[in-house]
Design a protein around this ligand. Structure first.
Ligand code: CDP
Length: 248
């Protein structure tokens, strides 16, 4: 009985994956970082994968419309996302072919094209195996647009973080200014709207609220409260036998 297939598959399933999806600058990364810390889980921000491909495309002068070449880049480049090696405000390291590109992938030039690159089905397909592999490794908080709907539809907990467009643009503007970016508020607001439109309107894996996701509006809500709310949801999740997935 102990080794029955049902138990084996439950043990290797995705109950300990927490999927956090939502539009640009909804606070997903910050919330996920604090949550992963409290739960002792890995943090995996899948947006960094798309941003790394966008950076590689920019550097080699590939058009955001060239799906074939972009998908080759997505399949060939080495992207790794690891715990932070420096204490400079980063939540994780992003390496592209061995180079630390953690901050480069946050530059406005990357933000301006990343959604057009993420629209292509072939690019998304190339980035799927790595995401599914990380999901299978166990306790992980995964952040993105399609984690609960496509990447890990059987995640143990799905959260959809949202906030008004203006609030999200304000947050992104403050973040950028803090890092010395000269991008003005109107430009940030424009980019936020454009990315939302592309991410929600694309054919493949559009940004959607999964049917079984918990939606949390974050306008004016302190980060700590959001994290505490999600932690409580996670701590109360249990399997059919009553075993807690995230015991305190
Ligand atoms: O941090 P922010 O919310 O601005 O964006 P991000 O999570 O770094 O994602 C950058 C872009 O990558 C998004 O606007 C999407 O176009 C794309 N993305 C995606 O399509 N699917 C994901 N799972 C994650 C990101």
């Amino acid at each position: 009985m102990r080794n029955s297939p049902e138990i084996a598959s439950a043990a290797t399933g995705h109950q300990r994956v927490i999927a956090i999806d939502g539009p640009a600058a909804a606070g997903k990364s910050t919330v996920a970082h604090l949550l992963a810390d409290r739960l002792g889980a890995l943090l995996f921000d899948t947006g960094a994968l798309y941003r790394a491909v966008a950076l590689a495309a920019l550097r080699s002068g590939v058009s955001p419309d060239d799906e074939k070449t972009l998908s080759r880049i997505a399949a060939d480049v080495q992207i790794s996302i690891q715990p932070p090696s420096l204490r400079d405000g980063r939540h994780y390291d992003v390496h592209l072919n061995g180079e630390d590109v953690t901050w480069s992938v946050r530059e406005p030039e990357v933000g301006a094209i990343v959604s057009r690159i993420a629209e292509h089905a072939a690019v998304r397909a190339a980035l799927l195996p790595l995401q599914r592999k990380i999901a299978s490794d166990g306790q992980v908080v995964m952040v993105g647009r399609d984690i609960g709907t496509v990447v890990v539809p059987d995640a143990g907990l799905k959260v959809y973080l949202d906030a008004s467009t203006e609030e999200r643009a304000r947050r992104r503007f403050r973040e950028g200014s803090g890092r010395g970016s000269t991008q003005g508020f109107e430009a940030v607001l424009d980019e936020t709207r454009q990315r939302d439109a592309i991410d929600s309107g694309r054919q493949t894996a559009p940004l959607r609220l999964a049917a079984d996701a918990v939606r949390i509006e974050t306008d004016g809500v302190p980060i700590d409260r959001i994290v505490a709310e999600i932690e409580e949801l996670a701590r109360n999740r249990r399997d059919v036998a009553g075993t807690l997935f995230w015991p305190s």
